[in-house]
Design a protein around this ligand. Structure first.
Ligand SMILES: *Cc1c(COP(=O)(O)O)cnc(C)c1O
Length: 434
């Protein structure tokens, strides 16, 4: 069955629709997409691009996957949505069972929400309400590390990197959180206690006003694409316990295999008190996130006054999203995804390595299905984006970072095309800027 091509009014788009982090006065061009299949995005002019972004970490199994399509279609015929207040349904229960089973054993209680940022708001609210229930009403602040990213809503912004984030714009409005230096040991560096020294000192000084530490385990995503030593998380867990502070892991970017482990926390075998997942949860089909917590946190919140957790989004546990998420997780566990991701890691490592010696490249790093080329200077988005599209790949750098996180279904040949495009475009861009 072929569908008629949609009519695309680019002029209307340009003058009326906000795209992420853009101006409406003079926006950079956007490329109209009419379809997506497997690892390819199909543009309106007929070009096909190999996708290097997985639509921001999400589409781990590519687009239009028959198994995921079937899950949505089957659920659609039952019901697309019902309110979650006073009602429940099989897709939510199945998915919650999977999440409780696959994450560390203490995390048994699941709160569904509609996006990653909201799941972070929920996590922060849980931590503050936990301490309030215990009579610790001063413990309302968050401690985090620099170069983090946790979302665009207000509490999430307040714990994202204060320099690359939006603190300047909203200073005076954002809650004032406590920032420690980001972990200074890279993924493979030997452990050195000073890696966590600044965070430890901040805990020592402020523990009585801190509800929780929030951090992205092992991989700091949109805040800088940094990979740090897993040992950091073990020490962090010990320090949080020592100082009486909850620990929140934000696995919205790393969850579901991206870093080479199902969850990045498995690099360290550490369990947080609260865990956020999103992005790849539905295989990129639609928006859904979840916040998991322990029996202790849930029971404490439920024991106090009002004895309720005060949150409930309209589209909480949307059945379509839960059904496709459950199917996506079953799909992921049905094949040897670890070997696939390890293969992508080797492929990226070898294909991106020519960048290491280029003048103007600061670092090349690869972990799991994530490859990063860090440049000395920021790229010009409009220019570099076009170079990639002209080479038949979809790569969207930001700032000084050109990076890849392809769908796991990518073939060696397509991965080679993608990584070679990065190497060539980086080379060309650096040459032109000299
Ligand atoms: C993307 C992201 C978020 C925000 O999720 P949204 O669904 O965009 O609201 C939060 N934390 C991390 C680590 C992310 O990568």
């Amino acid at each position: 069955m072929t569908l008629p091509l949609p009519v695309i009014d680019l002029a209307f788009d340009r003058s009326h629709i906000w795209h992420p982090y853009t101006s409406l006065a003079d926006p950079l061009p956007v490329y109209p997409v009419t379809g997506a299949r497997g690892v390819y995005l199909e543009l309106a002019d007929g070009r096909r691009l190999v996708d290097g972004m997985s639509s921001w970490w999400a589409a781990i199994h590519g687009y239009n996957h028959p198994v995921l399509n079937q899950a949505v279609t089957t659920q659609l015929e039952r019901m697309s949505h019902v309110m979650f207040g006073g009602l429940t349904h099989e897709p939510a229960i199945t998915l919650a069972e999977q999440l409780a089973e696959l994450t560390p054993e203490p995390l048994q209680k699941v709160f569904f929400s509609d996006s990653g940022s909201v799941s972070v708001e929920v996590a922060i609210k849980m931590a503050i309400q936990y301490w309030a229930t215990l009579g610790e009403t001063r413990k309302t602040r968050l401690l985090t590390v620099r170069s983090g990213y946790h979302g665009d809503t207000f509490a999430a912004m307040s714990v994202s990197d204060p320099v690359t984030g939006m603190h300047r714009l909203f200073s005076g409005v954002l809650q004032r959180q406590i920032f420690a230096e980001s972990p200074s040991c890279a993924f493979h560096d030997p452990w050195n206690e000073e890696c966590i020294g600044d965070l430890r000192r901040k805990l020592e000084r402020h523990a009585d006003e801190i509800a929780a530490v929030i951090i992205e385990p092992v991989v700091q995503g949109a805040g800088g694409m940094r990979f740090y030593a897993p040992r950091y998380l073990g020490r962090l867990r010990e320090l949080c316990d020592e100082f009486g502070v909850l620990l929140i892991f934000d696995e919205i970017a790393t969850g579901f295999g991206r870093s080479g482990k199902l969850f990045a926390l498995e690099h360290a075998e550490v369990s947080p008190d609260i865990l956020c997942v999103g992005k790849a949860l539905t295989g990129g089909y639609m928006t859904l996130a979840a916040t998991l917590t322990t029996g202790v946190v849930a029971e404490t919140i439920s024991s106090g006054n009002p004895g309720l957790f005060m949150h409930g989004p309209t589209f909480m546990a949307n059945p379509l999203a839960c059904a496709v998420a459950a199917a996506n997780i079953r799909l992921l566990l049905s094949y040897d995804w670890k070997s696939k991701v390890a293969g992508i890691e080797r492929g990226l490592e070898s294909a991106l390595s020519p960048c290491r010696t280029m003048e103007g490249v600061v670092d090349v790093r690869v972990l799991g299905a994530i490859g990063v080329v860090e440049l000395e200077n920021p790229v010009e988005m409009g220019l570099i984006q076009k170079k990639f599209v002209d080479r038949g790949v979809w790569v969207r750098p930001f700032g000084r970072l050109v990076y890849l996180m392809p769908p796991y279904i990518i073939t060696d040949e397509e991965l080679g095309l993608l990584a070679d495009a990065v190497t060539e475009v980086v080379y060309e861009t650096l040459a032109e800027s000299r």
